[in-house]
Design a protein around this ligand. Sequence first.
Ligand SMILES: [Fe+2]
Ligand SMILES: [Fe+2]
Length: 206
Amino acid sequence: MLADGGGVSEDGAAEDGAAGDAAARVALVRMLQDAHAGELAAAYAYRAHWRSLRRPAEREEVRRIEASEWHHRAEVRSILDGLGARPRLRHELVMGVTGRVLGSLCFVTGWFGPMYAAGRLEGMNVSQYLTAREAAVRLGLPYVDRLDAMRVEEDRHERWFGDRVRGHPLLPLARRVLGWSPPEPDAATEPPPVVVTPPPRAGVGA
Ligand SMILES: [Fe+2]
Ligand SMILES: [Fe+2]
């Protein structure tokens, strides 16, 4: 709304702010719905991934990462509940199947592919929770710390997978085709503890 003299009136600014907040809230809910389904896909994929690995230390860590993805899924569901929103069932089903398919590929594609794909996925998750956190800050929602904790944990996952593939002879080719590079090692970053909760039984809409 233009005020006299071509400026924006206070009422107009308030309306724009309210509309912006409403749009940000809708975007945040959509982002969290995507994250909720994405965590399901990740958890299923990691469940197969750790079972496909031979080195005990790698199996154990990917198993821990699977547990943290189930924990994230519960966290995101709790935040969605707080926002009065629900997961999108069709998206949940698609991502559930996607996770199981990706997981089954871990047994046939060799060691490097799943490790690289996981690192790339985790990098996307870091951005997703960072954007969600920024939206929560803007809207004054009480979820900032929880979203930040998940961002930090996804960053730890990305670094762990990145450390696995760093120096691998297939990395330059994968980087050229898929664009993701392992983050630089950050010795000053003390990884936060991983929250390990028993994974729920297979199913969607947990
Ligand atoms: Fe996660
Ligand atoms: Fe993760």
